[in-house]
Design a protein around this ligand. Structure first.
Ligand SMILES: *Cc1c(COP(=O)(O)O)cnc(C)c1O
Length: 400
């Protein structure tokens, strides 16, 4: 039975929306009524039996949950441990993001909202949002940087086929950060009838908590599946990649208080941590405020946000969610980084060892397996956040 409790006293969110020193709601006054409406209502709504039933039914019948926990035997043999892959790549639309958009569209319906706005970078969250909007018959506006619209043609086509309006943002660098600014502006101008679906565990309180809870279905399932396979709920390791941090938050959530479980978050090192082209926030970032919350943030000496870089469009965000910033600071989660090249090689290796083409994001998580020293008896769960169909041209160009 799915549940949203089990929140950690030590690492969870405070009444005011803080994880340690990170989080909060740093928003323009004009946004206050929208965020306040959510803050006052989300807990109660998502814990009603009817919400939980609708959420669970859609995850089962529409998304295809529970996703399998797959014992990857050839990968296990290679790295001399027992490795399980949590198959989020098998979710409808090809990644974990739809877990969150299903939760948020149901929430929007409970709040009586009639329209949806969202931002997207690579287009994955935009597709997951357009999908649930079609499902519920709600109109949907997706803001996307103009550069990303040009780079991510297939996802733009998908969103449009699903009935979404895709708005190309021409301000700033014309990427995710600028799209987010415009989506927030749209929300300010449509406060009464519109819900803003944020795509990761970022943004002002209560978004990080809300998105974490919707994604926590991942670790809820892992516990049950591991118990069946091994007789124990706890593995020795849980490994996940981090862009904003939603798939990692979901995979870690029910393990936060299980101190014997090593939690490993993998950031994109891009062309290397010592170059200007990276997205490894904990290695290169400092505390700062972006998109409504305080967290770790890649920024210049004078506090300008730095444009991040990764070969993987889902990981090139200049920050991480506030929960992760706190988990990093408390030392509860170990952060590692993988370069473009390490991720490409690890992705190819999974193709050939297990017959699974992983998303380039997920390939970053795979890329740390050779850097960890496992005992032969150890059990490792790696969250395979998405499938690699969207990345085929990158794989083939880079590896030619
Ligand atoms: C968007 C995306 C990510 C990164 O987002 P998180 O919020 O950090 O999970 C990772 N993997 C895939 C497949 C994605 O689409």
């Amino acid at each position: 039975m799915l549940h949203f409790n089990g929140a950690s006293a030590k690492y969870g969110i405070s009444e005011a929306g803080y994880y340690g020193e990170f989080g909060g709601a740093f928003i323009p006054e004009m946004l206050y009524p929208n965020v306040e409406e959510l803050r006052l209502n989300y807990q109660e709504i998502i814990n009603t039996p009817s919400f939980i039933k609708d959420f669970r039914d859609l995850l089962r019948d529409y998304v295809g949950r529970p996703t399998p926990l797959f014992h990857a035997k050839r990968l296990s043999k290679k790295f001399k441990a027992t490795i399980y892959l949590k198959r989020e790549d098998l979710c409808h639309t090809g990644a974990h993001k739809v877990n969150n958009t299903i939760g948020q569209i149901l929430l929007a319906r409970h709040l009586g909202k009639k329209k949806i706005v969202a931002e997207t970078g690579a287009g994955q969250h935009g597709v997951a949002t357009a999908t649930v909007c079609a499902l519920m018959g709600l109109p949907c506006s997706v803001y996307m940087g103009k550069l990303d619209v040009e780079r991510q043609g297939p996802n733009v086509d998908r969103m449009r086929m699903l009935g979404a309006e895709v708005i190309a943002v021409e301000s700033g660098n014309q990427t995710l950060k600028d799209a987010t600014n415009e989506a927030m502006r749209h929300w300010i101008n449509n406060p009464i009838d519109t819900h803003y679906i944020i795509g990761s565990v970022v943004g002002p309180h209560p978004y990080p908590d809300m998105v974490t809870k919707f994604q926590s279905v991942i670790s809820d399932e892992i516990q049950k599946q591991l118990l069946q396979f091994t007789g124990m709920e706890n593995p020795d390791y849980v490994i996940a990649c981090v862009g904003g941090g939603s798939n990692a938050a979901g995979a870690f959530y029910h393990y936060l208080d299980e101190e014997s479980v090593r939690l490993i978050a993998v950031e994109a090192a891009g062309k290397g941590l010592d170059t200007d082209e990276s997205a490894a926030t904990t290695f290169l970032g400092k505390p700062g405020v972006l998109h409504g919350s305080k967290s770790l943030l890649m920024q210049s000496e004078d506090g300008q946000v730095i444009e991040p870089y990764s070969i993987s469009a889902g990981l090139d965000y200049p920050g991480i969610g506030p929960m992760h910033a706190n988990l990093y600071q408390q030392g509860r989660v170990d952060f590692m980084a993988a370069t473009d090249e390490e991720a490409l090689n690890a992705g190819m290796q999974l193709c050939q060892l297990e017959g699974i083409i992983p998303a380039l994001e997920s390939a970053h998580a795979l890329a740390v397996l050779p850097k960890l020293q496992f005992e032969p008896s150890e059990v490792v769960v790696l969250n395979l956040s998405g499938r690699g169909d969207k990345d085929l041209s990158t794989y083939t160009e880079e590896l030619r």
